[in-house]
Design a protein around this ligand. Sequence first.
Ligand SMILES: Nc1ncnc2c1ncn2[C@@H]1O[C@H](COP(=O)(O)OP(=O)(O)O)[C@@H](O)[C@H]1O
Ligand code: SF4
Ligand SMILES: [Mg+2]
Length: 307
Amino acid sequence: MAIVEVENLSISFKRYTSRFKQVNHQVISNLNVSIEAGEIVAVVGASGSGKSLLAHALLGILPIHANVSGTMTYKGEPLTAKRQGMLRGKEMSLVPQSVHFLDPLMKIGKQVRQSAKHHKAAFLQKKVFERYRLPVKTEKLYPFQLSGGMARRALLATAVVSEAELIIADEPTPGLDSAVIEEALTNLRELADNGSAILLITHDIEAALKIADKIAVFYAGTTVEVAPAVDFTGKGEMLRHPYSKALWRALPQNEFIPIPGAQPHPSELPPGCLFAPRCTIATSKCRHEQPTNRAVRNGMVRCFHAT
Ligand SMILES: Nc1ncnc2c1ncn2[C@@H]1O[C@H](COP(=O)(O)OP(=O)(O)O)[C@@H](O)[C@H]1O
Ligand code: SF4
Ligand SMILES: [Mg+2]
């Protein structure tokens, strides 16, 4: 069963360029993604591709001036603002990208215990502190007394003790040492194996491939491909979209070939396929029409010429 289904999500922000001029910046365009119970879907894509906005849209914590369209469902029912409010922090849990999400006025131990189910909160908090190598005395500290790495581990701890049905981890590991990263990834896999649906946002494809079932590749605010993780192999022959293939080949352990050009800014999106200006196989149709999402070989792709 799909725990979460996002269809044709679009998000834009109005910007004022001068006193009288207003422009609309489309930051997410017709984005589709779904996550089943027990599944880890990793979202990979360059900075600014819309990964955090997707997380915030699901949780209902977008800025008030965001214009949102499309549909989002949770367990088959529309994800309304009221439902998001009831599920947030309970059935749906976030490991935020920024450590500023910690409550500055509450001791860390209490923050972690509050997100766990009541009867086993103290036990779970102690166990998770051990697991993430947080010294026992951290319990009594306030966020400002923690190093950046400790604060990040505390955020992870808060989300994993919740045993939420949907866990959204937004770049949970930067700055952590490799043993803790390994521990965090293993922990997310265990939670999925126990039935949680997990959205892992990262720009580290290699880390994602260690635990994810599917990889959703984001580009300029949309999903260009959703592929089984096993398709990321060899020279990328199994991948469907030219950007996913290029991203894969750009990794140092592969061919290390950079992708010329840059992701377009939301104020300058091209009229046709968003990847056309950088695509080596773009045709005239690509430059004038936007490809829709379609199923290809057990995955999804947004490209006219994918097979
Ligand atoms: N509150 C906001 N107002 C206007 N633009 C925003 C806002 N938040 C994000 N954006 C823009 O939306 C795009 C996607 O942002 P984000 O989801 O944070 O990217 P990612 O997490 O993939 O790095 C970026 O171009 C960013 O500048
Ligand atoms: S639709 Fe055309 S431009 Fe876009 S990725 Fe496919 S081939 Fe390239
Ligand atoms: Mg982000």
